[in-house]
Design a protein around this ligand. Structure first.
Ligand SMILES: [Zn+2]
Length: 158
């Protein structure tokens, strides 16, 4: 899974957000965020301060049993795992969940921009959990983690 590439591009402001396109003189009807419609769409807005994305971050943080993310920049999201108590494994999986969430928010946003699809947040959240499970099964060598324990995020507690 190349989920990390979206986070990396976002941190470099190298995603084709509406403001990035406008800066390249591409004519657009609007540069408003496709998720909330209230602010111009930059990477920092879309992934960090957008009310709509914040709902997703809150649910994911709660599910991962970590404090709510108070991020002011993409870098804060990418460094979030460093603030987490516990083992290195736990920090690693939290970091993976941040990357997966960024990837899924970008996908949600693209669905809205290109397919006019009103994808529900609940669907995106389920997708984040499923992708996380795939990641944890192939990347962390913890192949005995069951879907049920993953759904409770009952993992890496020691
Ligand atoms: Zn927004």
């Amino acid at each position: 899974m190349k989920v990390g590439i979206i986070a990396w591009r976002a941190a470099q402001e190298r995603l084709p957000t509406l403001m990035a396109l406008a800066a390249r003189n591409i004519h657009l009807e609007s540069t408003r965020c496709p998720l909330c419609g209230d602010y111009d769409e930059t990477s920092d807005h879309l992934f960090v301060s957008c009310q709509s994305s914040q709902v997703i971050w809150q649910v994911i943080a709660q599910w991962c049993k970590v404090p709510t993310l108070y991020a002011f920049s993409i870098k804060d999201l990418l460094d979030f795992h460093l603030t987490i108590q516990g083992t290195e494994k736990r920090r690693k999986v939290i970091h993976a969940m941040v990357l997966i969430t960024i990837w899924s928010i970008w996908k949600l946003r693209n669905d809205r921009v290109f397919n006019q699809a009103e994808t529900l947040h609940s669907k995106t959240i389920e997708e984040i959990k499923s992708l996380g499970y795939l990641w944890v099964r192939c990347r962390s060598k913890e192949s005995d983690i069951t879907w049920n324990s993953w759904r409770r995020f009952d993992v890496f507690t020691k």
